[in-house]
Ligand binder design. Structure first.
Ligand SMILES: N[C@@H](CCC(=O)N[C@@H](CS)C(=O)NCC(=O)O)C(=O)O
Length: 221
């Protein structure tokens, strides 16, 4: 018997859901995963009715109700403290770049939305998106310099990696020019068993679910 549930949107399109799901799985929570198909034009009534902020991810676990992806990550890190770096200085960096991800990078998000099923190589390279990509590469490089990689803070995923995982998928879909070091990080995250599991499940979503892009992405494929 599971200890709760995690409500997510379509795996192919829902970047915020990927974050919540990765945190829950990395922490080993025993919850049922419930996937809601996006209705377009949004908002999706089922999500609006079931989640306190009308958005996914939304977690219910042993009496706790948690929404907003970073709050879900924080909740999971309480149960699995290795989801933040143990070193205080590294943890400060990790928290800062995780918060930066939640609060910003609008240029990237609006021009290179998440779509695991398409190849948009060479598109979306607006000045705003490229400026965000430069900042993200610098944030990643700083972390991996401190830790030695392969993930941002060493040998295991932390909340910082989880927050940036959808950026990794965007880089794979849109193929902006990035450094060899960033490419190595992208490849490491893509090869992580949980990320591979998410991609495989996305590929199995029903064909008639295609193109119900997350409402927070402006374009559809
Ligand atoms: N700040 C929120 C953003 C969540 C969000 O925008 N979720 C989108 C899916 S990617 C959503 O639920 N949209 C409702 C809809 O498309 O019907 C978080 O971090 O969880």
């Amino acid at each position: 018997m599971s200890e709760g549930k995690l409500l997510i949107g379509q795996r192919r399109y829902s970047s915020w859901s990927l974050r919540g799901w990765l945190a829950v799985r990395a922490a080993g929570l025993d919850v049922a995963i419930e996937v809601v198909r996006f209705v377009r034009p949004g908002p999706t009534p089922e999500i609006a009715n079931r989640s306190p902020n009308g958005l996914v991810p939304y977690l219910e676990h042993r009496g706790a109700r948690v929404w907003e992806s970073l709050a879900v990550c924080e909740y999971c890190a309480e149960l699995e403290p290795s989801l933040w770096p143990s070193d205080r200085v590294a943890r400060a960096y990790a928290r800062s770049i995780a918060a930066e991800m939640l609060a910003g990078y609008r240029g990237l998000r609006q021009n290179m939305w998440m779509n695991l099923g398409r190849d948009f190589s060479g598109l979306g390279r607006t000045p705003e998106a490229l400026a965000d990509i430069a900042r993200i590469e610098a944030a990643w490089a700083g972390a991996r310099q401190l830790s030695g990689g392969p993930y941002l803070f060493g040998a295991a995923l932390t909340v910082a990696d989880i927050m940036y995982a959808p950026v990794v998928t965007r880089f794979l879909t849109w193929r902006p020019e990035i450094s060899a070091a960033s490419r190595a990080y992208v490849d490491a995250v893509r090869a992580h068993p949980l990320v591979a599991e998410w991609y495989a499940a996305a590929a199995r979503e029903p064909a008639d679910w295609l193109a119900n892009q997350c409402a927070t992405a402006p374009g559809s494929p």
